[in-house]
Design a protein around this ligand. Structure first.
Ligand code: GLN
Length: 416
């Protein structure tokens, strides 16, 4: 615990440190597990990186926590993140994690603390969450494996939601073996989550044909070269495939759906039921506005406004419903590709982890553009894995392996 405090002082990867081991026996009895702050642990402050949830201690465990506790895992703390998952650098929060390879650079987001802790600790697996890339992005920037499952495979019960139709709980580790160990424990149907699915994972992990996504090669040329060299060495032959709909409309489609859903989810944080509150003065509207103005970060306010707009009567058809239709086209585009290919490959991120001083100059749209490669598989609910494959200027880069729904084993086994 002392070591953890020391690491945390330097890198800010934890919002809360704890030491919980309910049993000394079980399949995970020797494994340390960190938990993204947005996943509820009974009696441990769970804030999703937000000031508005200061002091909130859930009275229950998320299903994933219940399951790892039963297998004897040692839960070491809540990892820092962008507030409610809104961001790609983990800077939209009160506790900003630093990159283990260079403290002047970001960890990626929104599961930045999870990735940083994974790079810094041994014998450890991070339970994290991705809505639009929050596992693949920080895993790539911090040089660790980041696995996002088929949507619904791992229960979301006890997750402080960002966007319900997009959120997936997933894992990060220094090796695939540990990811598999924890996945076996936490996957499967949960009656408490109406979107959870039966574990019908395909057992076949053989790969006959792969394709690199053509549009994804339009990145930092050094990253492109390392990715293509790795693919050639590992798979020999590969095709290139174009995903024009995903590439052109994915980002806009994702941000409309994600903001619409998140603005609804944030309605419950009003200073009455969870976390922070103020002196009760004025009517309810005045009170709620005062609490929300004081405690939400700027990015959350932006998403509440844009998301509420996209859901408003008169605009719903033009934005939210249109985006839902485009999402179906994107899913179909991937489905067609998987008729021919076992796996699709791209870089995980278009750049290496930026410096804090560089991102200060970006506007919100610039920041959203960083998600262009991770948005597609997340919108389509496809399993994907970011694999650390090399470095540029001592900063790690990641390659992303994407599989068809329920082909999680194929994705994971091919990351080794
Ligand atoms: N960067 C994306 C966003 O801000 C993805 C975040 C996530 O997956 N939680 O929405």
């Amino acid at each position: 615990m002392k070591d953890l405090q020391k690491i945390n002082k330097e890198y800010n990867c934890f919002n809360t440190i704890c030491n919980i081991q309910e049993k000394k026996t079980g399949k995970l009895k020797d494994l340390k597990i960190s938990v993204k702050d947005c996943i509820c642990i009974k009696d441990i402050e769970s804030r999703a990186g937000s000031k508005i949830l200061e002091g909130y201690k859930p009275v229950f465990d998320a299903t994933v926590i219940e399951k790892v506790k039963k297998e004897g895992a040692i839960i070491i703390g809540k990892t820092s993140q962008d507030e409610f998952g809104f961001g790609s650098f983990s800077t939209n929060t009160y506790n900003i994690p630093k990159n283990p390879y260079d403290k002047t650079r970001v960890c990626g987001g929104s599961s930045g603390g999870a990735a940083s802790a994974t790079a810094l600790l041994d014998n450890h697996v991070a339970i994290a969450e991705s809505t639009g890339g929050s596992i693949a992005c920080p895993a790539a920037f911090c040089g660790v494996y980041g696995y996002t499952p088929t949507y619904g495979l791992i229960s979301r019960y006890g997750l402080i939601d960002y966007g319900n139709s997009l959120d997936k709980i997933g894992l990060m580790a220094k090796n695939i073996k540990d990811i598999k160990r924890v996945l076996e424990t936490i996957k499967g149907y949960d009656e408490k989550d109406s979107t959870s699915i039966k574990d019908n994972l395909k057992k076949d992990t053989k790969v006959k044909k792969i394709a690199v996504i053509k549009e994804s090669l339009n990145v930092n040329p050094e990253i492109r070269d390392i990715v293509l060299k790795y693919v050639k060495e590992k798979y020999g032959e590969y095709d290139e495939i174009s995903l024009p709909i995903t590439n052109k409309y994915g980002l806009a489609c994702y941000y409309i759906i994600a903001m619409a859903e998140s603005s609804t989810n944030l309605a419950k944080f009003c200073g009455m039921r969870y976390g922070a509150s103020l002196e009760l003065k004025g009517n309810f509207d005045e009170y709620f506005s005062k609490v929300r103005t004081k405690y939400f970060e700027k990015e959350s306010k932006r998403r509440i406004m844009l998301g509420t707009f996209a859901r408003m009567a008169g605009y719903r058809d033009a934005y939210y419903l249109k985006a839902a239709k485009v999402r179906t086209l994107i899913i179909n585009e991937y489905k067609k590709a998987f008729k021919k290919y076992d796996l699709l490959i791209s870089p995980s991120m278009p750049v290496i982890a930026p410096k804090f001083s560089e991102i200060d100059k970006l506007n919100p749209l610039d920041v959203y553009m960083f998600d262009n490669l991770t948005i597609g598989p997340n919108l389509a609910g496809l399993p994907h894995l970011s694999v650390p494959i090399g470095k540029i200027k001592n900063m790690p880069i990641g390659l992303m392996i994407i599989g068809d729904h329920l082909n999680d084993y194929k994705v994971i086994e091919n990351g080794m």
